[in-house]
Design a protein around this ligand. Sequence first.
Ligand SMILES: Cc1cc2nc3c(=O)[nH]c(=O)nc-3n(C[C@H](O)[C@H](O)[C@H](O)COP(=O)(O)O)c2cc1C
Length: 214
Amino acid sequence: MAKTKTLSQAIAERRASPSFDGVPLPPEDLKQILEAGLHAPSGYNMQPWRFVVVQAPEQKRRLRAAAYNQAKVEEASAVIVACGDADGWRKDIDLMLQQGREGGMPESYAAQAKTSVTNFLSGFTTEQMHAWLNKHVMIAFTHMMLMAEVMGYDTAPMEGFEQDKVHEALRLPMSYWVVALLAVGHLQGPDKYNGGRFDLAHTVFGEEFGKPLK
Ligand SMILES: Cc1cc2nc3c(=O)[nH]c(=O)nc-3n(C[C@H](O)[C@H](O)[C@H](O)COP(=O)(O)O)c2cc1C
């Protein structure tokens, strides 16, 4: 593991790495990164995320072909393919409630949660489900990205891929929706320029739209 950083340093210094050296990740580091994602919050604690970790050279080549031939897909030590499972909640609701009860979920909540979750999610259109999955998967994804950066790794988030091709390359079930790819490894060569960020006055309001934050 490289030199660790504080979360503030990781946030300030993180760049979307343009190129990686491909040295394999120690399995315990990979696990720590993945576990950080699994700790993310989600609506009703339904945890609809699923991840496919691609490390084998042949699979990285296939994934690269599904990702507009982006070289970093093949160069990275690992690519975490972040997906949502549109049917996950149906299968997982009892497990979620059991774990919740073990952790102290009030019985009154547990008793009505199954109906609430079913009522909320079963009426979703495909587009609404994809939006719901995107929202949750990206929180877990960001936890992983920042944990990797804190641990001294470099990362690159990617939305440049073709849904159908990633499905085919990874043999994903039909209910899976690919949200983003996260390349993890060590930077090779020069880092990306810092593109800067819009400041608070441009992007943040206080109390209502248009009013500056005091
Ligand atoms: C969800 C997401 C998808 C992205 N997809 C790609 C991509 O497919 N290819 C790429 O080279 N960069 C991609 N980027 C990187 C962005 O271009 C980069 O984050 C942005 O320019 C800001 O640069 P910085 O992250 O180095 O500060 C993506 C970033 C995010 C957050």
